[in-house]
Design a protein around this ligand. Structure first.
Ligand code: ADP
Ligand code: MG
Length: 590
């Protein structure tokens, strides 16, 4: 998600306009604004889920229905106060979302949206077929909300409640995204592999945003039930679910304010088209849906990021500060004693179907040494890295890290023990700044929860994490580029950002996959210097690299791979003299 750095004054003007709106606008427009607010609350959940987390849901309308029906049923049948049915609705929706999420979020690619369609339809028909919920006729006579002696009976009174709720939710969502957990959510969009390697529990992050989006929808449903004082299944259908997605995408699915904009645009446009199209065409019918379909195709072609970025350009942008705030330094992990074995790989094999990418590989890496893994393209070096770091587990064999077996652990647990890595094919979030990308590396060094982040109770810790990220960026020589989008850097520098991100995790073992590729001579020298410094601090480094001058000048020991097997191992000068190596690798390349 891109930040929308807007001066606070614009937000205050917006709030002032909201406060005055019901006093001056005709009732029709107040009603329209009420609906825009209700829709925006749901669309905001989709911003979090789809825009930020990359998970598409067509089923949000069903969660609105759960909130609305829970309150309608409990207030009319059991006489429960509407203020108690809100938490009840949230509880019901939360439980349903958790169960549905656990089943559907495992699905990948287009199966996930299909899954959301399936349960969206199922819940819709459940509302229509349960006699206790009034079947397709619905439930009427829902009591109005009451604030002490004031009953919220008119749209004007309700207006303030809806928009206050919406603003609070916007604020909480922005806070959440601008935090450690928020970065973890944003990392989901780049695929779960990198996030897991940085220690993020990605299934948990997915479930959390899925549930939060469902809870937003449920709140909107509760408000809707007491505004209308009547519910039936129609507004909770799949069609409405698709419309919510339209709103989020048209407004700008990765921008918090895009939710309001999208809800506003679609609602006003729909109203306008419903008024004018029948007159224009001389027939009545749902012609607006045809226009929406075409509009959607246009937006997907011409403005993938929705309308909000165009609005944003009209406002002055807030420049990020030079360096994050001064904060207390984070504690460091105690490093293993120099020369002790940090990593031991024994008989490690990896098969892809019939292809043996790693064939009984064995080697050790000690604290305070740089070990190079070299070999021709396709020899199996990157596969070895994936096996060691748990990103793509080995088929057989053992890996011990600091004396403990890790080959069966998920990548995030291995990261927690102090192993950190970079990727041969750079895995950064191109739209996020270098600072935010590197801060993902600090994920395991913080512990504040989603709730703390949403309430802004994480600021101390956040300052410490950002300061650590900034320090690693400076150490890697990228201080000047700290606030630039990572994707704008040349590829060689992006690899250095990956090193800074790995260092931000405070590792005792660093796995670097071709870190010098794409660097110029002086940049390579600087990288060599950095790695020597890390080695002297006691970090163990396992390095894959093709530049032989770089490798031979830096590595303490070298392991050569060919066709997945270990061809030779030894000191750099031994390797350079080894006839088999010269024949198989160096000879072929030089
Ligand atoms: P290196 O990093 O030494 O260049 P890799 O480890 O990337 O080599 O690849 C080793 C072999 O494994 C190659 O033949 C490659 O095509 C194959 N390979 C790597 N990843 C996969 C995968 N996910 N599925 C199938 N084959 C793979
Ligand atoms: Mg490779």
């Amino acid at each position: 998600m891109k930040r929308s750095p807007q001066p606070t004054i614009l937000v205050l003007l917006f709030v002032a306009a909201l406060l005055l709106a019901p006093l001056f606008l005709p009732a029709f427009y107040v009603t329209l604004l009420n609906y825009i607010g209700l829709y925006a609350i749901v669309a905001l959940g989709l911003v979090l889920l789809t825009g930020v987390g990359g998970l598409t849901s067509f089923g949000q309308a069903a969660f609105v229905g759960l909130g609305a029906y829970t309150s309608a049923y409990l207030t009319t049948v059991h006489g429960v106060s509407p203020w108690l049915t809100l938490p009840a609705g949230l509880l019901v929706t939360g439980l349903v979302a958790l169960s549905l999420g656990m089943v559907t979020l495992r699905l990948s690619g287009h199966f996930l949206p299909l899954g959301t369609i399936a349960w969206g339809i199922a819940l819709y028909y459940l509302f229509g077929n349960l006699a206790a919920l009034g079947g397709h006729t619905g439930i009427s006579g829902i009591p109005p909300l009451q604030f002490f002696d004031i009953e919220l009976r008119s749209g004007r009174e309700f207006f303030y409640l809806i928009w206050a709720v919406l603003l609070v939710i916007i604020l909480a969502t922005r806070n959440l995204l601008d935090s450690r957990e928020g970065r973890a959510i944003r990392a989901l969009k780049g695929g779960t592999l990198m996030a897991e390697a940085m220690g993020v529990n990605t299934p948990r992050s997915k479930i959390v945003i899925f549930t939060v989006a469902a809870l937003y929808a449920s709140i909107s449903g509760w408000l809707y039930a007491h505004l209308q004082r009547f519910v039936n299944p129609t507004p909770f259908s799949l069609t409405q679910g698709i419309e919510y997605l339209f709103m989020a995408v048209v407004g700008g699915v990765s921008h918090v304010w895009g939710a309001i904009l999208g809800a506003g645009l679609i609602t006003v446009l729909k109203q306008w088209l419903q008024d004018w199209l029948p007159t224009l065409l001389g027939k009545s019918g749902n012609f607006e849906m045809i226009v929406f379909g075409l509009l959607m195709i246009f937006v997907l072609h011409r403005a993938r990021d929705g309308v909000w970025p165009f609005v944003q350009r009209l406002f002055p942008q807030r420049r990020p500060g030079a360096c994050p705030i001064k904060a207390q330094a984070l504690p460091r992990r105690p490093l293993p004693e120099t020369d002790s074995v940090v990593l031991e790989v024994k008989d490690a094999s990896k098969r892809f179907g019939g292809l043996v990418a790693n064939d009984r590989m064995s080697f050790r890496v000690r604290a305070g040494e740089v070990m190079a893994l070299i070999g021709p393209n396709g020899a199996g070096k990157s596969t070895m890295f994936d096996g060691i770091s748990g990103v793509d587990p080995l088929t057989s064999g053992a890996v011990s890290f600091c004396g403990q077996r890790i080959e069966a652990l998920p990548a995030r647990d291995i990261a927690r023990r102090g192993m950190s890595r970079t990727f041969q094919h750079v895995r950064l979030l191109p739209a996020m700044s270098v600072l935010e990308n590197v801060a993902i590396g600090t994920h395991l060094r913080g512990r504040k929860s989603f709730v703390a982040a949403a309430c802004r109770m994480d600021r101390d810790e956040e300052a410490r994490l950002l300061q650590e990220a900034a320090a690693q960026i400076a150490r890697c020589g990228l201080y000047e580029q700290m606030h630039e989008p990572a994707g704008s850097l040349p590829l060689g520098k992006q690899r250095i950002v990956e090193i800074a991100r790995a260092l931000a995790a405070d590792p005792c073992l660093l796995l670097l996959d071709e870190p010098a590729a794409g660097l110029r001579y002086l940049e390579k020298q600087a990288l060599g210097e950095l790695l020597r410094r890390l080695r002297s601090e006691g970090i163990a480094i396992l390095l894959v690299e093709h530049d032989m001058d770089f490798v031979m000048g830096l590595a303490d020991r070298v392991v050569v791979m060919e066709f997945g097997r270990k061809l030779a191992a030894g000191l750099p000068e031994e390797i350079q003299r080894n006839p088999a190596v010269v024949e198989a690798y160096l000879g072929g390349v030089e």
